[in-house]
Write a protein that binds this ligand. Sequence first.
Ligand code: AMP
Ligand code: ZN
Length: 492
Amino acid sequence: MPLYSTQNIKLYNSLSGEKENFTPIHEGNVGMYVCGPTVYSNVHLGNVRTFMSFDIIFRYLIHLGYKVRYVRNITDVGHMVDDIDEGEDKIAKKARLEQLEPMEVVQRYTVDFHQTLKAFNFLPPSIEPTATGHIIEQIEIIKQIVASGIGYEANGSIYFDVVKYNENHNYGILSGRNIEDMLANTRDLDGQSDKKNPQDFALWKKAEQQHIMRWPSPWGEGFPGWHLECTAMSTKYLGNHFDIHGGGMDLKFPHHECEIAQNEACTGQTPVNYWMHANMLTLNGKKMAKSTGNNILPGEILSGDNTILSKPFPASVARFFMLQAHYRSILDFSDDAIVAAEKGYKRLMEALDTLNQIPTSKTSSLDIAAWKQLCYDAMNDDFNTPILIAHLFEGVRYTNILKDGKETLTEADLTTFKKAMNDLLFDVLGLENEKSSNSQNDKLEGTVNLLIEMRNQARADKNFALSDQIRDQLLAIGIQLKDGKEGTSFTI
Ligand code: AMP
Ligand code: ZN
């Protein structure tokens, strides 16, 4: 019997604003779509947090025995600067500034995204489609929206008429916004735009002569609007009606609101049963963002190469830091907070070693089954990782009193306990035991320090050929020595 038949998940649905029982459309199967990154620069730690929130959901669903099709796209066209229809495509702009082909920009930052997620131990999604790989599907959807009378052509571009749509549907159903207020609060377009209403959004934009990213369409050469790609890719791989759609909180409006409108205009049905939104990672109390520079890069966590950080931190510590907050709460990053997280993470990893030293007994004085169910209850309650972590720390306390012989477990209970600790820490939370890689780092550090001492001795002996050789050959393998007042340090 799969685990999911005994565990009832309740998840917070942004559409209803309530926690709801999770019932997949097809028993035992879950379809989940998450908006992926716009690959025009390196992902920052805030982006990683949102993707991690959904990595946890993916992991837990798999752990419960669901067959999950997880689709997370790559946005490689159509996302305009400042998220508005007018202006420049983020990728085209970067390509122009750096004198690159747009696809070089896309490739560079897609590789960075994949390397980052691998370093932070993410499970890869089942399908990772790109927007440029689904232009035909997007054009087909536009044709249907135009045929329904809700899409209109203006000067080679196609727009979605939100006012017309709102006559028979509710534009604002997800974000709770009201169309009259939206229209009242938007400045008049004064004939500067081809749109009928300021709230209308682009399905297809005509490519001006200088625009490099362009495709042929029934309306001339152009490129798709940002919201459309997710409608095309989610429905292509998950069907017109699927279980979960997620993204960061800032995508709720307009991106996800527009997705719902496109789907309903096109198929007449609501696309998604559960909308899930992850909250923001902040730095100095402000949202981490690429555009403002208020961010920290995942690579900087690993290298310690940022003035905010007192030292480097393993990826699992950063993961643990983020999972100590619930995905719907804002989390502020600070050095103190990640240092504290490292202590907690180490206590958990040490407990796993101690667990192996516990003798078994004929009777159990601790109720392991009840403790384990509390762990699952936490995850079943809208994927509450901080509560789960609190129970895992209770598991650390159990481990210590068992080792001291103050409590006892039978062999069967001890096996259950060990398995649950391992499953929850590694499979569900996606942590890795960094101890083994730390000991490798210690060895490397010891070796380089020995070479630094030998170089110092060579310099004292005026054997500059040898001291230069040590410096240059270390540099050739990527280890740079830095001479300073405090002595010689190194970076890898
Ligand atoms: P983007 O590449 O800008 O489309 O963003 C990729 C994902 O990261 C989206 O789901 C955003 O909502 C999310 N995101 C952006 N900034 C933050 C942040 N500071 N904290 C958490 N998630 C974020
Ligand atoms: Zn999207």
